[in-house]
Structures are given as C-alpha cells and as structure tokens.
Write a protein that binds this ligand. Structure first.
Ligand code: GDP
Length: 176
C-alpha cells in the first residue's frame, strides 16, 4: 500500500503588507504554533507548508512569506503568481500600515497580469492585543467595498490566527 498522503486541494496563500505588521509571526504561529518576540527579518524562507481539514476535505496550504522584500516594495511576480488567497495585513497600532494597504498593496496585487484576479482576499488587522490606533470604522467600510472579510487578530496572543486560514480555505473551496 502506498504511504503517500493525498490531498483534495493544494492552495497557495500569500501575505502582503508593510514591513513589521506581523506577517511572519502570523505564518509561524499558524504553521509552527510558536511566537517569538525578536523576529529575524533577514533570514526568510520561501514558503511554509501546513495542512487543514475543511468540510471533510484535506487541504495542503503553501503559505508564502515575503522574507523582508516588502521593505523595498518590490515583491517579485513569482510571489503573486497563481495565488488562491491573498491576506492583506496591517498593524492596528500603525494607521499608516492600513493606508498602505489601500494605496500600495491592493494595487500591487491587482496589477499582477499573471496574478490572482480570482484570488480570495482577506483583510487582517494584527496586534489586536495592543490598543488600536487605526479607525476601524473606516477599515470596515474599505473591507466591505472590496468584498473582503475583516479579521482582528493577534499572532502574539494567538487570537483568530487559525480562523484566518481555515475560513480562507473554505471560501476558496466555495468559490470553485
Ligand atoms: P513582518 O515584517 O510583517 O513579517 O512582521 P514580523 O512578523 O517580523 O513582526 C514584526 C514585529 O511585530 C516583531 O517584533 C513581532 O514580535 C511583533 N508582532 C507580530 N505580531 C504581533 C502581535 O500580534 N502583537 C504584538 N504585540 N506584536 C506582534
């Protein structure tokens, strides 16, 4: 008998947003169950793998990390290519990181030709364990306008991290 695990789906999920909003922390919390205060932003891997079960289906998720290249706002096209899900992350204590979702990251994703027109988008306000500085009314309006689910999360206190990925996987399945 074959020992290999088979999957019903394999999804590529990417995270975009300003440097320091907590993208790597979210990925590591989800894939490894860990949180580190001092993240080494210089050492990055291309992607992490995880497995989730959604509605009786076994799903393998490949989660890509920008590995610090977002600092230069020059993420390569390979990163965006054929993504099934895009997670826009901002830091709830840094209003600028939200306005950059609006003015930089959304455009970067939508400008991809070979990119992800059909990708499901989610908006994540990270660092919900701290006092928010971002006007969440404005954020909610923006999320509705772009047909995105809005999740307030914390990689530090493990709030809503699993929910980001399982709901996204479910939405991707439902869309097919
Ligand atoms: P990235 O550049 O977007 O990948 O962000 P990192 O994951 O490297 O996180 C940047 C900094 O924010 C690190 O010092 C993290 O420890 C911290 N951080 C990440 N998530 C949270 C969170 O949910 N709450 C708090 N308080 N700090 C966080």
């Amino acid at each position: 008998a074959s020992e290999s695990v088979s999957y019903d789906h394999i999804f590529k999920i990417i995270l975009v947003g300003d440097n320091g909003v907590g993208k790597s922390s979210i990925i590591r919390r989800f894939c490894e169950g860990t949180y580190t205060h001092d993240m080494d932003t210089t050492i990055g891997v291309d992607f992490y793998l995880s497995e989730i079960d959604v509605s009786g289906k076994k799903i393998k998720v490949k989660i890509w990390d920008t590995a610090g290249s977002e600092k230069y706002m020059s993420i390569s096209a390979v990163y965006y290519r054929k993504a099934d899900g895009v997670i826009f992350v901002f830091d709830m204590t840094r209003p600028r990181s939200f306005t950059n979702v609006v003015s930089v990251w959304m455009n970067a994703v939508e400008a991809q030709e070979s990119g992800c027109p059909e990708a499901i988008k989610v908006l994540v306000g990270n660092k919900a364990d701290l006092s928010p500085e971002v006007d969440m009314t404005q954020v909610k309006r923006y999320a509705e306008l772009h047909d995105m689910r809005l999740v307030e999360a914390s990689a530090k206190s493990n709030m809503n991290i699993t929910e980001i990925f399982t709901s996204l996987a479910k939405e991707i399945i439902d869309e097919r």
